[in-house]
Design a protein around this ligand. Structure first.
Ligand SMILES: [Zn+2]
Length: 260
């Protein structure tokens, strides 16, 4: 069965879903929505993989260390082993975050080191990167350009919750990257120009649940089912039918992450 929509960046393994995790996942799957549960550290990567193996179809995982979790060590061999599990479809979320981690030389250096190691891991395992970047696009793009030979020729990865400029987007597109958008586009208008600028074959849907629920559910816990709201808003911004957006973004996700 082919999915109707794919939430490429969600965290149903987080504690916020401890009371009803399976119900949340099942109501998404029942609505034809597949999901990728994104790891943020060792434990959350392991739980994401555990969840993926529990469901026969439609639930995938990533393994990696989030840049704000940098006080935890990036143990290359440990993550390599994790990432070799069949349902791990990307490395990350990894990248740079100078917003939540106050600019501090040693911390920046630590983030860069962990990101570099995860670029290497993605290269070794021929998997795409799931990138998190906040207020650090100049450094991030520089690092990706330097590592260009280690990025996959086609579809090296996705910048999730993209908040960079149009110029940043262009540079990342030149490197082959795609972009996922979530709840924020349903209540903040500053993304419209950017979304119109990026070609539709580089756009994906995400919820980043439990965070940033779309306008209709604002303030509540977010969940993969609500990805439908993101597709609706994208259709509005791009002046296209919902079905066209659903089909295009689903195709993109299947292609980039090799979902089957
Ligand atoms: Zn996330």
């Amino acid at each position: 069965m082919k999915p109707r929509l794919i939430d490429v960046h969600t965290h149903t393994q987080f504690a916020e879903f401890d009371i009803d995790r399976d119900a949340v996942i099942c109501r998404a799957l029942d609505a034809g929505i597949w999901m990728i549960n994104v790891g943020t550290d060792r434990r959350m990567s392991e739980s994401a993989i555990g969840l993926a193996s529990k469901y026969e179809i439609g639930v995938f995982a990533t393994a990696g260390l989030h840049p704000t979790e940098i006080h935890k060590k990036f143990d290359y061999d440990f993550y390599k082993k994790l990432a070799e599990a069949p349902k791990v479809v990307a490395i990350g979320e990894c990248g740079l975050d100078y917003y939540r981690v106050a600019k501090h030389k040693t911390r920046n250096l630590k983030q860069k080191k962990a990101f570099e190691a995860q670029i290497e891991l993605a290269h070794k395992l021929k998997k795409p990167l799931m990138i998190h970047c906040r207020e650090a696009f100049t450094d991030l793009i520089k690092m990706l350009q330097v590592s260009r030979s280690k990025l996959r020729d086609n579809n090296p990865g996705v910048c999730h919750f993209f908040s960079g400029s149009i110029e940043d987007a262009q540079k990342l597109m030149d490197l082959g990257f795609s972009f996922s958008f979530g709840g924020v586009i349903t209540f903040a208008r500053e993304y419209e120009k950017l979304i119109k600028f990026i070609s539709l074959d580089r756009i994906l849907l995400e919820t980043d649940a439990p965070y940033v629920a779309p306008a209709l559910y604002r303030g509540k816990r977010n969940e993969p089912l609500y990805v439908e709201e993101i597709a609706k808003k994208l259709a509005k911004i791009l002046d296209k039918d919902f079905e066209e957006i659903a089909e295009a973004t689903t195709k993109n996700a299947i292609r980039i992450f090799g979902l089957a």
